[in-house]
Design a protein around this ligand. Structure first.
Ligand code: HEC
Ligand code: HEC
Ligand code: HEC
Ligand code: HEC
Ligand code: HEC
Ligand code: HEC
Ligand code: HEC
Length: 412
């Protein structure tokens, strides 16, 4: 029966991967080691003592969970027998196994284990999916199986061949720059593979990714407990509009080619001192909903005709998934009674309009770059994400109004 199992093929426009693999580092660092070195970081646990609420909230966010150690609580992928395998052909399979010495992805031939790789890091909160990394000396590789949440299945990791199991795809510094706070690069002995120290790693997109290294800040306030004014820490609220956008665009700004080593950019810096755009001038219609929220937002009138930033709608410390009412309140901060233009449907549709601007003006769309083909299905199973191109979508309006009518007629 093995050969009848769903064979899953990743179709992944390798938005980031190709960039990551092709980049050659140029240029140098312009930061002293005191500003960015290991001793400059305090670690998020330090912040808890003085910023308890923010710390607690942060633990719930996708940012915190964007990279973790392989612990039970963080796994989205299913390790239960029956759910824990990918069959490549009738004799070859990959199994996800938990043993006394850790979590493994193991290649089997005729039911005999042939090669086992330990999972050393989890990448991704699992809202959409999780990939898993393993150390190979100082290099990191992406393990062959990825958990794809929309299909509740293990699939081949993006870009991996569908007919054989490979364990040697290198993880780049850029991948880690977007999914963690700090890895230190070291000289690699393998060509074309970035290498990393096993020490000094800060997982997750933690406090200091957005506020800068904070050892000096924490030391100062520990020594001066009566001092109520911070002097040595960045509050993004005080950044210019461009600086604020650049901070989020480090990871949410689409495909970038690096011009300096990874992990150099710090909050407050100019993004294009470290990168250049890989595809400048791409029309908004062709920008994928995955990975480039800034590119889409920039095409919107809301953005071009106001001083909007990501922070106009997002609280960086809170998990606010799927709260359409809360987000609609953010729209109304500008489109309320006295400010910008109001929705023309307010008069005809009334109160409902106030509760959910999002489903009509920022509908969920299928990502073209993250989608899998399940063997016996005709269509791709994509990840659905909110577009940040805010405008009128006739099909979305029709869907929302139809659902509304359907619900009211059911109530009658
Ligand atoms: C010993 C206490 C203490 C520790 C530990 C501490 N802070 Fe603070 N922090 C303060 C005080 C006091 C202020 C100033 C009052 C305020 O804004 O809450 C502050 C303010 C801030 C601000 C706002 C700065 C501004 O200009 O508005 C940020 C951001 C911040 N801290 C981040 C951090 C981070 C990140 C950590 C952990 C790496 C951390 N803090 C650890 C005491 C501390
Ligand atoms: C270092 C890279 C990085 C930076 C900087 C960054 N993000 Fe993210 N962000 C991510 C990644 C990676 C995820 C996906 C995390 C996951 O679910 O695994 C994410 C997820 C999110 C989400 C979705 C949260 C959810 O739970 O679905 C929002 C909203 C968001 N980021 C907004 C921002 C804003 C606003 C900024 C700037 C203040 C910012 N991000 C800065 C990498 C980053
Ligand atoms: C340019 C920054 C960037 C790079 C490089 C990057 N990612 Fe991401 N990744 C993101 C952002 C941002 C999100 C979430 C928001 C989105 O999908 O737009 C995300 C989402 C994910 C998710 C889904 C998380 C979830 O459950 O929602 C996985 C898994 C993932 N990335 C793995 C990787 C791996 C593995 C690499 C490197 C081989 C990589 N990414 C490279 C920025 C990046
Ligand atoms: C994704 C980026 C991001 C991460 C991660 C992050 N912050 Fe913030 N933080 C911000 C932004 C943006 C602001 C400014 C919010 C605003 O506009 O008022 C802020 C503001 C603050 C402030 C000022 C007071 C306040 O409530 O606005 C403190 C203190 C703070 N952060 C501490 C932390 C701590 C501690 C952590 C980790 C537990 C953390 N932050 C993680 C982006 C981030
Ligand atoms: C920072 C203020 C601000 C916020 C927040 C904001 N907008 Fe806008 N929006 C504007 C401005 C300014 C315009 C341009 C108005 C004009 O044409 O005079 C606009 C235009 C629009 C348009 C017309 C677009 C077009 O192409 O004609 C729509 C639809 C819209 N906004 C919906 C929203 C929705 C939905 C939200 C919340 C998700 C939102 N806006 C949040 C400022 C904002
Ligand atoms: C006008 C309001 C608005 C602005 C400005 C805005 N967002 Fe969003 N964002 C939303 C809404 C609404 C959602 C959908 C939330 C949900 O459904 O859970 C969202 C979702 C997201 C997600 C998760 C996408 C998904 O579907 O999983 C990410 C990542 C994100 N935003 C990043 C950003 C970044 C980065 C910026 C700045 C470049 C930004 N946003 C600016 C309103 C906004
Ligand atoms: C049921 C779908 C739907 C919902 C919900 C909805 N809108 Fe609209 N909105 C539309 C349509 C359709 C138009 C275009 C109407 C026209 O031009 O005749 C529009 C127009 C607009 C405009 C442009 C007005 C102008 O004069 O150019 C803005 C701004 C806007 N909406 C904001 C919002 C905000 C803010 C919310 C939430 C409070 C919201 N909309 C909720 C469908 C919707």
């Amino acid at each position: 029966m093995l050969h009848k199992r769903s064979r899953i093929l990743w179709v992944f426009a390798t938005m980031f991967l190709v960039v990551c693999l092709l980049i050659k580092c140029t240029g140098g660092h312009n930061k002293t080691s005191e500003q960015t070195g290991a001793s400059a970081f305090a670690g998020a646990e330090k912040c808890e003592g003085c910023h308890k609420e923010i710390y607690k909230d942060h633990l719930q966010t996708g940012h915190y969970l964007s990279s973790t150690l392989p612990e039970d609580a963080f796994f989205a992928g299913n390790f239960k027998p029956g759910m824990n395998a990918i069959a490549y052909d009738p004799i070859t399979s990959l199994r996800m196994e938990k043993t006394d010495s850790g979590y493994f992805q193991t290649a089997y031939l005729y039911n005999q284990p042939k090669k086992a790789e330990r999972i050393d890091f989890i990448i991704g909160s699992g809202k959409k999916g999780q990939s898993y990394l393993g150390w190979a000396d100082a290099n990191l590789v992406q393990l062959p199986a990825t958990w794809f949440t929309p299909a509740h299945q293990w699939t081949n990791s993006p870009g991996y061949p569908a007919d054989k199991i490979i364990f040697n795809r290198p993880i780049t510094a850029r991948c880690l720059e977007c999914h963690s706070t700090k890895f230190d690069e070291v000289k690699s002995t393998r060509p074309n593979m970035d290498a990393f120290s096993h020490e000094g790693i800060i997982l997750g997109i933690s406090c200091e990714k957005c506020h800068g290294p904070a050892a000096k800040h924490t030391a100062f306030h520990e020594e001066n407990p009566s001092e109520k004014k911070a002097k040595f820490i960045i509050n993004p609220k005080n950044l210019s509009r461009q600086q604020s956008l650049d901070l989020c665009a480090l990871c949410h700004g689409g495909r970038l080619n690096k011009t300096k080593p990874s992990f150099g950019f710090q909050p407050g810096d100019v993004l294009f001192d470290y990168f250049r755009e890989a595809n400048p001038g791409t029309p908004a219609e062709n920008i994928d909903v995955h990975g480039n929220q800034l590119g889409l937002l920039k095409a919107s009138k809301c953005f071009s005709m106001s001083t909007m930033t990501c922070l106009s709608c997002h609280d960086a410390h809170q998990k606010e998934n799927d709260d359409v009412k809360l987000y609609s309140a953010k729209c109304l901060a500008c489109h309320g009674d006295t400010h910008q233009k109001q929705c023309k449907l307010l008069a005809s549709e009334g109160e409902m309009i106030r509760q959910n601007c999002i489903d009509c003006h920022m509908p969920k769309q299928a990502s073209k770059s993250i989608a899998v083909t399940i063997h016996h299905a005709d269509t791709l199973t994509p990840v659905m994400m909110r577009t940040h191109y805010i405008k009128m979508y006739a099909y979305a309006t029709k869907n929302v109004l139809d659902t509304l009518k359907h619900n009211t007629s059911k109530k009658k």
